[in-house]
Design a protein around this ligand. Structure first.
Ligand SMILES: [Cu+2]
Length: 145
């Protein structure tokens, strides 16, 4: 690639607002983890995340050492009032968008290792992955439901 071609390519990347880039500029506004009840295998985490960048951000995985598994789910209620949860493969945030994960909607489903390990107000560390070599760490407090 010539120098001019390289410059043009870089310029194009800089000018294009909808290119998906790394996990940059994600800001946690709020969030919490529901303290698992004794004997339960799953609990959930909720949050508000803002994309402060000029590019679209896409989170394709969450993980936490304090849980066996972290899954992205969305809940929906049909016309008969039955609520179903479906796996979500990625969460997309447009520039300046605030993504709200809340009860009855998008949430993180957490598979519990041992409920006795948790105390109320304990901080749970998460890592969000936005593609190759790009991750973002944040923590959420645990609260009793
Ligand atoms: Cu779920």
């Amino acid at each position: 690639m010539s120098k001019i071609q390289l410059c043009l390519t870089l310029l194009l990347i800089a000018l294009c607002p909808n290119i998906v880039i790394a996990c940059d500029s994600l800001e946690l506004l709020d969030g919490w983890v529901k303290k698992p009840l004794p004997g339960t295998k799953y609990t959930a985490a909720y949050f508000s995340i803002k994309n402060n960048s000029h590019g679209t951000q896409s989170i394709n995985k969450f993980s936490s050492d304090q849980f066996k598994k972290v899954m992205m789910h969305s809940s929906s209620t049909n016309s008969e009032g039955i609520t179903k949860m479906n796996p979500v493969s990625s969460l997309m945030l447009l520039p300046s968008q605030i993504l709200e994960a809340k009860p009855g909607g998008i949430h993180l489903m957490l598979s519990v290792k041992n409920f006795e390990l948790f105390n109320a107000d304990q901080l749970i560390s998460f890592s969000a992955s936005c593609g190759k070599n790009s991750s973002w760490q944040f923590s959420l407090p645990m609260k009793s439901p």
